[in-house]
Write a protein that binds this ligand. Structure first.
Ligand code: ADP
Length: 250
């Protein structure tokens, strides 16, 4: 394992019970500290399965993962402190207010009261939600819920942040706030790993990407270098279509 790899994945496989085909198939991958790493692939490629294993939400069938030198499956308590997770679904209590949700979460992470109140204030302001602090989540728009979902994943200032399609189905303004803040969070030293279908977005924010299809990594590298690798590629979408084909995936 090279020193600056914050995530080391060695021959990881996941076969769901009752399935013959692996959802993640013998994947080896390293992610360096400070990267914004994009995981791309068609529906059913294995992106969520891989992310869920890395977050400790799902056990692999075989293989090893080290997160900041801690062994996944053995040092999960240590790993939980280091990572933040922003799932695809909204993981908030709808009948509680924004502040109440964040207070509960912060306490779960062991943040002290005064420190936690400052952090909540800072994050709500950062994501343009300071005036909605005392409103119930159930009254929030889709974009506001997504921004809150992200705040919930970073309340404890994680060293590594996992995001599963953080900007899917939201308005342009919310998307911009999310992406701008991901940049800022990355600048402070947080490594970001995220899945997306949105090639333009990935091209804009990722320092490195991997394409996954049928559970296997089929290509990885710097997005600009990948585009340059063939004169017929104009953008990342061209690379993606060349790698994964034009057949529809449902
Ligand atoms: P992606 O996130 O790239 O869309 P997933 O990781 O969700 O892909 O799925 C990868 C494969 O694993 C798909 O074939 C999917 O049907 C299957 N799969 C996902 N979750 C489960 C599950 N809980 N049980 C059985 N099969 C699953």
């Amino acid at each position: 394992m090279i020193e600056n790899n914050i995530i080391y994945i060695n021959r990881l496989t996941k076969i769901y019970r009752g399935n013959d085909k692996p959802a993640v198939d013998d994947v080896s991958l390293n992610i360096k500290e400070g990267e914004v790493f994009g995981l791309l692939g068609p529906n059913g490629a294995g992106k969520s399965t891989l992310i869920n294993i890395l977050c400790g939400l799902l056990s692999p069938t075989s293989g090893q993962v080290l997160i900041h030198k801690y062994i996944l499956g053995k040092n999960n308590y240590k790993i939980k402190e280091l990572i933040g997770v922003v799932p695809q679904d909204i993981a908030l209590y709808p009948s509680l207010t924004a502040a109440e949700n964040l207070l509960i979460l912060g306490k779960i992470y062991g943040l002290k009261n005064s420190q936690l109140k400052d952090r909540i204030h800072e994050l709500l302001a950062m994501f343009g939600l300071e005036h909605n602090k005392n409103r119930r989540i159930s009254y929030f728009s889709g974009g506001m819920k997504r921004r809150m979902n992200l705040i919930a994943g970073i309340i404890h200032n994680p060293k590594i942040l996992f995001l599963d399609e953080p900007t899917v189905g939201i308005d342009v303004q919310s998307k911009k706030v999310i992406l701008d803040n991901l940049f800022e969070i990355n600048k402070t030293g947080t490594t970001i790993i995220y899945t997306s279908h949105l090639m333009e977005e990935v091209q804009k924010i990722c320092t490195r990407i991997a394409f996954i299809d049928e559970g296997k990594i089929i290509s990885e590298g710097d997005p600009t270098e990948l585009i340059k690798s063939d004169p017929s590629f104009k953008n990342l979408e061209d690379v993606y279509l060349q790698l994964t084909g034009k057949k529809l995936r449902d």
